[in-house]
Design a protein around this ligand. Structure first.
Ligand code: GGG
Length: 352
């Protein structure tokens, strides 16, 4: 198979882990006789530094022309400490999602058995947890009007959802539920938020087309509690942009670490595959970042964008094998991990 992949490492540890993800794609291409070609492009803080723009036009053109995108992370602490900054790395990420029509962010929360001890949640509560999150990605408070009034003393962000936006993400989640345990939880805050009331109304309507799927509607606060209390009860979860952002970071603890969670953003055009973690400047340049989320994102890319199931499964089973052999990056190591099994980013990539 001949495919063109755009590598967009972005900021901080995005650079380190994406290089490893690409190596795995290369290895797969060699093993299965595929012809993968690559290009690279800037986004985020590195793009601002080079061009003044967090998503340069050149990057967007390359994104639209590629068959799939392996993405790293965006962010820089300098903006976190300057809330008045007008140009920010995250604007690049949001614009990319809008421009590419990436409305569905799929985040599998898969716990590798070997990592039962890596989480702060008790193993008996975790064992068997396997959740598939669908986070809506192009609406909500992230994209509504925002600003200041009253001489800057009052700030506002408007949350908006249309029926169309809710319906299309709901359909994606129901379709996935049909291929799994036929259980879907829709998460909202319909007791207080109007967009959530529309969300629930639309999900209830779409549910009529999927009579085999058992649907529950859960308030986001209660869902956050249940994720930690009893993660095994979840199968497919569909939720809005902000709730999904927060709940999946929480759910990463089910998988042992943020460094284990991959994601796929799909929609109208080229798919984007990225770890759910950010740029992590506290560990950037130290060579200790966990590359497994980028490697597992490459597995999602092979499966979802290219339909290469066997190749994707080989990547996932190889990660499993490396974990079974006892190798860990430091975020997933525990007190029982021997020092010689704790690897840095490059060494973990080489092991896989
Ligand atoms: N790889 C994920 C990433 O770069 N996250 C940083 C970030 O700003 N995330 C906000 C979001 O996902 O909406």
């Amino acid at each position: 198979m001949k495919k063109h992949i755009l590598i967009v490492p972005g900021d901080g540890i995005g650079q380190e882990v994406t290089a490893v993800g690409k190596q795995v794609l290369d290895k797969i291409a060699a093993k299965f006789n595929h012809d993968f070609t690559y290009d690279e492009a800037l986004i985020g803080h590195v793009a601002i530094e080079a061009t003044g723009n967090p998503l340069p036009d050149e990057t967007l053109v390359k994104m639209k022309a590629s068959d799939a995108i392996l993405f790293g992370a965006v962010g820089h602490p300098k903006y976190d400490n300057d809330p008045t900054a007008k140009v920010r790395p995250e604007q690049g990420l949001l614009k990319m999602r809008k421009e590419l029509g990436l409305y569905a962010n799929i985040r599998p929360i898969k716990l590798f058995d070997e990592l039962l001890g890596a989480s702060s949640i008790k193993p008996e509560i975790l064992k068997g947890a396997d959740i598939l999150f669908f986070r809506e990605l192009t609406g909500d408070i992230y994209f509504g009007e925002k600003g200041r009034k009253n001489n800057g003393d009052t700030a506002f962000d408007v949350a908006e959802y249309s029926r169309f936006e809710v319906e299309r993400i709901a359909r994606k989640a129901f379709d996935a539920a049909m291929t799994r345990g036929k259980k879907l939880m829709s998460v909202d805050k319909a007791n207080v938020i109007e967009t959530s009331r529309l969300w629930r109304e639309v999900v209830q309507k779409v549910a009529l087309e999927y009579p085999e799927v058992e649907v529950t509607h859960q308030f986001v606060d209660s869902c956050a509690m249940m994720l930690i209390k009893d993660p095994k009860q979840f199968d497919v979860v569909v939720t809005a942009n902000l709730f999904g952002d927060i709940l999946t970071d929480e759910a990463s603890q089910i998988a042992g670490s943020m460094g284990m969670l991959a994601s796929a953003s799909i929609g109208d055009g080229t798919g984007v595959y990225e770890p759910i973690h950010g740029s992590a400047h506290d560990i950037t340049g130290k060579g200790v970042a966990n590359p497994l989320a980028s490697i597992l994102s490459a597995a999602l890319l092979l499966d979802i964008s290219f339909g290469l199931k066997a190749e994707s499964e080989l990547v996932i089973s190889t990660v499993d094998k490396v974990l079974k052999e006892g190798y860990r990056t430091r975020d997933i190591a525990d007190a029982t991990t021997p020092a010689d099994k704790i690897l840095g980013t490059v060494a973990m990539g080489a092991e896989v």
